[in-house]
Each structure stands twice: as C-alpha cells, then as structure tokens.
Design a binder for this molecule. Structure first.
Ligand SMILES: Nc1ccn([C@H]2C[C@H](O)[C@@H](COP(=O)(O)OP(=O)(O)OP(=O)(O)O)O2)c(=O)n1
Length: 123
C-alpha cells in the first residue's frame, strides 16, 4: 500500500532547478537557512553517502535492476539515494552553482578526455 506521507509519483521529468527551489523553501520555512552552509551540507551529504553504502554493505555483488530485493529494501534505497541527491543539489545551490549546466559541461570534458576509438564504434 502507498504510504500517505509519500509524494504522489508522477511520470513527468523532475528538474534539478525544481528540487533546488523546493529545498530552499523547505529550509526557509523551518528557519534552517543558517544551518545550510556549504560545509554543513557537504558533511550531511557525506553522511548520507554512508547510509546509502550501508544498504549495499555485505550483500556481495548485486544484480542490475535489483531483482531479488524486497519492496522495503528498494524503498529504503530510494530514500537514501534521494537524500544524497537532495544534499548535493542544495550544496550546489548555496555555492551559487548551476549543477545541471556544470554537469553537462563536465560530460563534454569527459568525452574529450576519453574519445571513442574506432574499435568501440558499432556499425
Ligand atoms: N538540516 C536539515 C535536515 C534534514 N534535511 C533534509 C534533507 C534530507 O533529504 C533529509 C535528511 O533527513 P535526516 O537527517 O532525518 O536523515 P534520514 O532521513 O536519512 O534519517 P535517518 O538518518 O534517521 O535514517 O532531510 C535538510 O534539508 N536539512
């Protein structure tokens, strides 16, 4: 059954800008902007990466698509992976960065650094 506190799922794309805006509002209405400094957010992000890692810890290799995971395990994973994204988006925001544009630029740099060799191209 769908938990009542869960945001209704939609099929639309969710942008980093929308997440950033919602996080800014979340912090503002709670008077938490004072705590959302770059350093605090970075530490919170690292903590959430730890919580995400714990889910995979001791499991051995995990098949793509997580075919053998329970609904509860997948839901837990959704929550922790979201915490990582949310703190990352908020960190970029308070640093005054456009994370989406920065990531696109980095993809272009990656492509130059790791060019496709002729043997890798499919016919
Ligand atoms: N000062 C804070 C505290 C929380 N959050 C938001 C961002 C994260 O998405 C989530 C993190 O909440 P918790 O610190 O309660 O962490 P968990 O949800 O992982 O709970 P727990 O550590 O008990 O599993 O809440 C925030 O923006 N600013």
């Amino acid at each position: 059954m769908e938990c009542s506190h869960r945001f209704p799922k939609t099929s639309r794309d969710v942008s980093l800008k929308e997440l950033g805006k919602r996080l800014a509002e979340f912090a503002e209405v709670r008077g938490w902007e004072q705590y959302h400094s770059p350093r605090n957010l970075l530490l919170a992000l690292v903590g959430e990466v730890g919580e995400l890692s714990e889910i995979f810890q001791w499991k051995g290799e995990v098949a793509k698509g997580l075919p053998n995971w329970s609904r509860e395990e997948k839901e837990h994973l959704e929550e922790e992976i979201s915490d990582v994204l949310l703190y990352l988006v908020r960190l970029a925001d308070v640093c005054g960065l456009d994370l989406g544009q920065a990531a696109l630029s980095k993809l272009v740099k990656n492509a130059h650094k790791y060019p496709v060799t002729p043997s890798q191209t499919s016919t």
